[in-house]
Ligand binder design. Structure first.
Ligand SMILES: Nc1ncnc2c1ncn2[C@@H]1O[C@H](COP(=O)(O)OP(=O)(O)OP(=O)(O)O)[C@@H](O)[C@H]1O
Ligand SMILES: [Mg+2]
Length: 444
């Protein structure tokens, strides 16, 4: 796989199986309006489910996510799911948004429920925000603005909890509500936690990891796509989404969970300069690939130096080499830059690499040491992220610059995009901080 393509989702066999099932469903003609409504939403939903919505409604797992593109019909699906068992006496469902303002938006869940249920035999209690059904079943709307709000649901006994825009919630809120799922002995309904969401938002990462990264039978993920919803004017919707920035557009239009804004770096923070000042002390930190068999693994090494508060980065050496090819590249680089101080990450085979390199006569006596990487990749990148934000990182012009900027601007420390170029600079910066270029002052 070539550089830059790894931000695409890797589909698990499970997801492929589901996608095939959904495609099969789509090939079939949609049921006539109302035909599925009785079974699908207790007879109270005026909308009949699209094939993807029907797949979501048919799930019997305790947890499930219907997620992806905006306008895919997620909120309607959630409301249909909540209404599925309202004919069962005592059934209690709760639908949540993060804030009261979200909940009461026109067109949002509570408003849509009112459209659907007004004029039926269900009765609304505005004070408790609860619909009461003749069976004694209830559907309540709620919100969880702060973590403490969850205690409002402390005594609740619920058989269905639905989170709309679940990426706006914290995982603590989600798991707390999960603990409210109970049913009286003999009640013939499943216990269900259902979530719907676009990618993005404060909870993006936990939702992605819980459902999308590796969907399982216990936690299925139904991808929502704009095309799944024939009830929307696609052309005008696409046009309005096209005004968004590329990341938000990929999240909302394609339902792409893997694009995220890099957290630590912005392109415009970096200056590109023609050359670095003469006579600075360069250091090189070698981030060695473990194996070229996985697409993530590049060996990377930038030269970095600090001069009057500016960090200079030049000449990224990068390739998919394994030992002993890595040894050849390191020896050649050291020979051609005898004044540069070199460090090698001691993780993986780094320690053995240092020992072996010390015995190579051509580089005898040159500065080379093994370095134990500290903390995590994000913490290591923070010092120079801050310096970059202050406009004090200069890149010495070369063909490497554009790929470097692409990588650092996507870097979010989650290991989902390449990070070898970020790591080598972080390592170099740590070497400088520990006095690797004391001639020009310590890095602070
Ligand atoms: N099965 C259906 N039949 C008829 N109309 C539907 C159906 N599903 C959804 N719609 C309508 O399509 C529009 C978009 O659906 P919905 O709000 O559920 O999508 P969404 O995925 O939640 O969107 P967003 O990402 O903006 O929250 C709404 O007006 C909704 O009423
Ligand atoms: Mg919605």
């Amino acid at each position: 796989m070539s550089y830059g393509t790894s931000s695409k989702v890797k589909y698990s066999p499970e997801l492929k199986r589901k996608a095939a099932a959904l495609l099969e469903l789509r090939r079939r003609k949609p049921a006539p309006a109302g035909a599925q409504a009785g079974g699908g939403a207790g007879g109270y939903a005026p909308q009949s489910p699209s094939p993807a919505q029907a797949a979501f409604l048919a799930l019997d797992a305790r947890e499930a996510l219907y997620g992806g593109a905006a306008g895919g019909g997620k909120s309607s699906a959630l409301l249909m799911a909540a209404l599925q068992h309202v004919h069962v006496p005592g059934y209690a469902a709760l639908l949540l948004r993060r804030t009261y303002a979200d909940l009461s938006l026109p067109g949002a869940l509570m408003d849509r429920a009112a459209d659907w249920l007004r004029g039926t035999d269900a009765r609304w209690n505005a004070q408790t925000k609860t619909w009461h059904f003749p069976s004694g079943a209830t559907l309540t709307f709620g919100y969880l603005e702060s973590d403490n709000d969850r205690y409002r649901y402390q005594g609740s006994e619920l058989q269905f909890v639905g989170f709309d825009e679940v990426t706006q919630f914290t995982e603590t809120q989600y798991t707390y509500l999960a603990s409210r799922l109970r049913r009286p002995e003999g009640m013939p309904v499943p216990l269900r936690l259902r979530a719907a969401s676009n990618p993005g938002g404060v909870g993006h990462q936990w939702v992605y990891e819980r459902f999308v990264a590796q969907p399982t039978d216990d936690r299925p993920y139904i991808p929502a796509r704009l095309e799944d919803n024939p009830h929307l004017d696609h052309a005008s919707y696409r046009e309005s989404l096209s005004l968004l920035d590329s990341v938000t557009r990929a999240q909302l239009l394609d339902g792409d969970w893997t694009v995220t804004r890099g957290l630590l770096f912005q392109r415009q923070w970096f200056r590109v300069v023609e050359q670095a000042p003469a006579d600075v002390q360069w250091v090189r930190y070698w981030d060695l690939a473990a194996s070229t068999k996985t697409s993530a693994d590049f060996t990377a090494c930038a030269a970095v130096a600090l001069h009057e508060g500016t960090l200079y980065v030049r000449d990224m050496i990068r390739g998919r080499w394994e030992w002993p090819d890595q040894r050849r590249v390191i020896v050649q680089t050291m020979q051609s830059e005898p004044r540069t101080r070199h460090g090698i990450e001691e993780a993986l085979h780094g320690l053995a690499a240092v020992q072996e390199l010390r015995r190579v006569p051509e580089i005898a006596g040159m500065a080379l040491r093994g370095i134990k990487p500290e903390k995590d990749k994000i913490s290591r990148a923070l010092p120079w992220s801050q310096r970059a934000a202050d406009g004090k990182v200069a890149l010495v012009r070369g063909p490497w610059v554009s790929a470097f900027l692409d990588e650092v601007c996507l870097f979010d420390g989650q290991g989902r995009t390449h990070d070898d170029q970020v790591d080598t600079v972080s390592g170099g910066v740590a070497m400088v901080a520990r006095g690797g270029s004391s001639a020009v002052g310590a890095f602070g």
